[in-house]
Design a protein around this ligand. Structure first.
Ligand code: NDP
Length: 275
């Protein structure tokens, strides 16, 4: 009977240890702009893996039907919703404090996804310069503030990865061939690409992998659908990638990324995008 008691105690301890180990190794992800579109698709995709913990942020999480639907399906241990306006430094500060409460072991993966697009069909002749400024400001200041804000949590994390959603329109090479499409947006995403390209070796020196990704043309999102007419007239062979397929591909690229990938520019399918 002594043996039985000892065995019992042993298995009890082992089970506790297993639980501790599980909570310690639960990979964590924080996504910006997850109210709808690709950000929501990333959260949905990541939650399919039972070990993943997802912090889905948006300007107004309570007002997002998509996030509220997800919240009914997953426990607080798997999915946490936090309000975060990426253009507002105070909001970022508050979100970091809130996220930290749910991330005792730091943040493994930061996904900078929130994006804006002004009139995609404005030509250089009549481009609104306030739109241009707004786009450039958004794509340069918000990633800096978001990455700076979450860096202490990323440093504490295990995976130490940052995925930045950009666009192939920000490729100098590809933008050249997409005439009069999203001119302000292209200039802004090119700036974002250089920002991450320049920052990545510095981040790499402390073990952090920052990668740029083009999610494909995802014609079903609000942003993607805004260029459907241009595509139909100018690039009829461009395939609209379903949200789920794009999200699966982007999350696979993130999962596979190692320090060797720091500063690289990937397509959602794992191929490289030219600069
Ligand atoms: P959507 O327009 O469908 O969604 C944009 C998301 O960004 C929304 O969740 C929106 O939140 C959020 N957002 C906007 N401003 C802020 C802010 N200040 N703070 C927090 N969140 C904000 O776009 P997509 O899902 O299509 O695009 C997602 C990313 O993918 C963007 O970076 C975009 O540039 C990029 N991309 C998209 C492509 C496509 O074909 N769809 C192609 C290439 C790149 P809210 O609901 O509060 O407005």
């Amino acid at each position: 009977s002594n043996n039985t008691a000892a065995d019992h105690n042993f298995s009890f301890t082992a089970r506790l240890e297993t639980q501790n180990t599980l909570s310690i190794t639960m990979p964590s992800f924080l996504i910006t702009g997850s109210s709808r579109g690709l950000g929501l698709a990333f959260a949905t995709e990541l939650l399919k893996t039972p070990a993943n913990k997802v912090i889905a942020t948006a300007r107004n999480t309570a007002g997002s039907a998509g996030l509220q639907a997800l919240a009914t399906k997953y426990t607080k241990n798997r999915l946490v919703l936090i309000d975060l306006d990426v253009t507002n430094p105070t909001s970022i500060k508050n979100a970091v404090v809130e996220a930290e409460k749910h991330l005792p072991d730091g943040l493994d993966n930061l996904i900078s996804n929130a994006g804006i697009a002004t009139d995609p069909l404005a030509s250089f002749d009549n481009l609104d310069l306030d739109d241009l400024k707004k786009e450039v400001e958004f794509n340069t200041t918000t990633p800096i503030n978001i990455i700076r804000g979450f860096l202490p949590l990323i440093r504490k994390g295990n995976a130490k990865k940052i995925l930045v959603v950009t666009s192939q329109l920000g490729s100098i090479e590809i933008g050249f061939h997409m005439v009069n499409l999203s001119n302000a947006y292209s200039v802004a995403k090119a700036a974002l690409n250089m920002l991450i390209r320049k920052w990545s070796p510095v981040l790499k020196s402390e073990g952090i992998t920052a990668v740029l990704i083009h999610p494909g043309w995802v014609g079903d999102t609000d942003m993607g659908s805004s260029i459907a007419d241009w595509v139909a007239q100018n690039a009829p062979d461009l395939r609209s990638v379903p949200e789920e397929e794009s999200a699966e591909g982007c999350m696979k690229v993130l999962g596979k990324a190692t320090l060797e990938d720091a500063g690289l520019f990937y397509n959602f399918d794992g191929t490289k995008i030219p600069w």
